[in-house]
Design a protein around this ligand. Structure first.
Ligand SMILES: *[C@@H]1O[C@H](CO)[C@@H](O)[C@H](O)[C@H]1NC(C)=O
Length: 275
């Protein structure tokens, strides 16, 4: 299901194992909400802030600023003296769900890697990312964070898939895009800290990967999450359903992303099937 980088230090490996023991499904409270709280991926740096340090206090305050802001806006970023962070909710997510999603992402990270100097968590509808290296903010990042292709689809869906994917990658500009072509639906989202042109480039890269890696295999659905954007497609009428076969669950160690994070050693990629 997951593989562990061979050079991963034992402590990180242990952290990963502990994480994998955590319940993967969402809480009852989240299930009562209408939004999909599935975890797509999460990762964090090996470096941590010392307990009760000024940096740790900065991090706590950054995270609560992000959580509070998510009730008011689908995107925000904050920078303090020791840490910078952002969240991005899907463009079609109502703000109360955005706030709930960002809070859930913060909770995920605080159980996975409390006090990490840099971390990212992507739940299905929202991304949360922070680092004590503020240079990640505003910088494009097309490193692969997660990819999954669904089971094969009827070959008749190929043209629809192609049409939906080209609609997603067509115009630069909007940070959130959705597409519908025949029996296929698609969506793409950029993090709000990159510009329209960079967003266009990022989505084009995600769509190219979807086409090459999932489309080529005739998959009925596909998800590609890069550092600052994602693109997805799925069969009409199956929004929220998770492919259970032919899954490519991948743990990546992308040079770009990790350079950004300075000392990040591990990315935990967990695909969660909704029960
Ligand atoms: C981030 O914090 C860690 C842990 O305190 C430290 O080792 C690292 O040098 C910091 N990186 C930057 C860019 O400040």
């Amino acid at each position: 299901m997951t593989t562990v980088q061979p050079n991963m230090p034992a402590a990180i490996s242990l952290l990963l194992r502990l994480f994998l023991l955590l319940p993967l499904s969402s809480t009852a409270a989240a299930a009562a909400d209408s939004w999909d709280s599935s975890l797509v991926y999460a990762g964090c740096s090996a470096a941590t802030f010392p307990a009760e340090s000024a940096a740790q206090l900065d991090l706590d305050s950054l995270l609560s600023s992000l959580a509070n802001s998510a009730a008011l806006s689908p995107y925000s970023s904050f920078t303090s003296s020791s840490v910078s962070g952002l969240y991005q909710c899907g463009g079609d997510l109502p703000l109360p769900s955005c706030a709930a999603c960002v809070r859930a992402a913060i909770q995920r990270l605080s159980s996975l890697c409390p006090s990490a100097a840099a971390a990212a968590a992507q739940l299905r509808p929202c991304l949360l990312r922070y680092s004590n290296d503020s240079s990640f903010l505003g910088r494009p990042d097309t490193s692969l964070a997660f990819r999954r292709c669904g089971p094969p689809s009827p070959s008749s869906a190929a043209a629809d898939r192609q049409a939906a994917l080209s609609a997603l990658s067509a115009p630069p500009g909007a940070p959130f895009r959705s597409a519908a072509a025949g029996a296929v639906r698609g969506a793409a989202q950029c993090a709000g800290d990159i510009g329209a042109a960079q967003c266009g480039d990022c989505v084009a890269e995600a769509v190219a990967r979807l086409t090459a890696e999932c489309g080529g295999a005739g998959a009925a659905s596909g998800d590609v999450y890069l550092g600052k954007c994602y693109a997805r497609f799925w069969p009409a009428g199956e929004e929220g359903s998770q492919p259970s076969s032919c899954a490519h669950r991948r743990r990546t160690r992308s040079a770009d992303l990790w350079a950004l994070f300075s000392l990040v050693v591990v990315v935990v990629v967990v695909a969660v099937s909704k029960a």
